[in-house]
Design a protein around this ligand. Structure first.
Ligand code: COA
Length: 257
């Protein structure tokens, strides 16, 4: 396992920390593999009742590593570390919580849609800048976000891809509560202490019942993956990611609409 992801189990809670603070915890393929392995271990460990995701330093995660995107475009339709991660968060059977300690970009925001509970620091910021990157939404967010907030508000978030605050995230239903940054982990620990004292079968089956009404998440992930993968190998994404690393605005004027 890479040390860019750590997993610690204590008092019935497995905490997975994305640990690449100098790159705002941007997720490399090795990190996705490490997270999936840690999730599998947590699922199989009978002492683990709750899983918590958080980030090291001042970021939750800046989303997919953009260097990896260009050098090793993942196969989101088939088998890849990213698709295994998406499948794992969609089907994890125990209670899954995110403690969003800072910026959450791309999959950093869309993964929250698969968590049962999300707590955010007041300093957290959220964004899904897929269009700015020449891409489309992933993690079945194109299905879940419109169902959660309606087409109009979802269109605003997805089409402009602008950052939004923790307060807005709470208003829209991405997070349960916003707490002062210094109190985030204590707040989450108080919640997990309550959960670990409850009947594990009741928790697991309650989650299963709630998730069973969600329409075809796996199918939408595949559909998104087909389009996402095609775009990822195309010139508009190359322009967008090139612009990010060259610290300039992307120029999409040369591409046909
Ligand atoms: N992939 C690869 N490297 C990334 C990254 C990513 N997704 N996000 C940040 N980094 C790197 C930066 O290149 C920088 O590296 P450097 O110190 O070697 O120059 C470092 O992490 C710190 O990022 P920086 O941009 O200086 O921090 P910031 O606080 O000004 O901004 C973000 C933070 C997250 C808003 C900004 O980095 C960003 O927009 N990142 C891209 C997010 C993104 O598009 N993700 C993909 C979504 S699908």
């Amino acid at each position: 396992m890479t040390d860019l992801v750590t997993s610690v189990t204590q008092d019935g809670v497995a905490t997975i920390t994305m640990n690449r603070p100098d790159k705002k915890n941007a997720l490399t393929l090795a990190m996705y593999d490490a997270i999936v392995a840690a999730m599998k271990a947590a699922e199989e460990d009978p002492t683990v009742r709750v899983l918590v995701f958080t980030g090291a330093g001042d970021a939750f995660t800046a989303g997919n590593d953009l260097v990896d995107f260009m050098q090793n475009p993942p196969d989101l339709e088939g088998e890849s570390p990213v698709s295994r991660f998406l499948a794992a968060i969609a089907s994890f059977p125990k209670i899954m919580i995110s403690a969003v300690n800072g910026i959450a970009v791309g999959v950093g925001t869309t993964m929250l849609l698969h968590c049962d509970l999300v707590y955010a620091a007041d300093t957290a910021r959220f964004s899904m800048p897929f269009t700015a990157l020449g891409l489309v939404p992933e993690a079945a967010s194109s299905l879940i976000v419109p169902a959660m907030i309606g087409h109009r508000k979802a269109a605003e978030l997805f089409l402009f891809g602008e950052q939004f605050s923790a307060a807005t995230a709470a208003e829209l239903g991405f997070v349960n509560a916003v707490v002062p940054a210094a109190e985030l982990m204590a707040h989450v620990a108080a919640k997990t202490a309550r959960l670990t004292a409850l009947s594990p079968s009741a928790l697991r089956l309650t989650k299963q019942l709630m998730k069973s009404q969600t329409p075809d998440v796996a199918g939408r992930m595949k559909e998104e993956g087909t389009i996402f993968g095609r775009l990822l190998r195309g010139p508009e994404v190359a322009e967008a990611i090139g612009a990010f690393f060259e610290k300039r605005k992307p120029d999409f004027s040369k591409f046909a609409a």
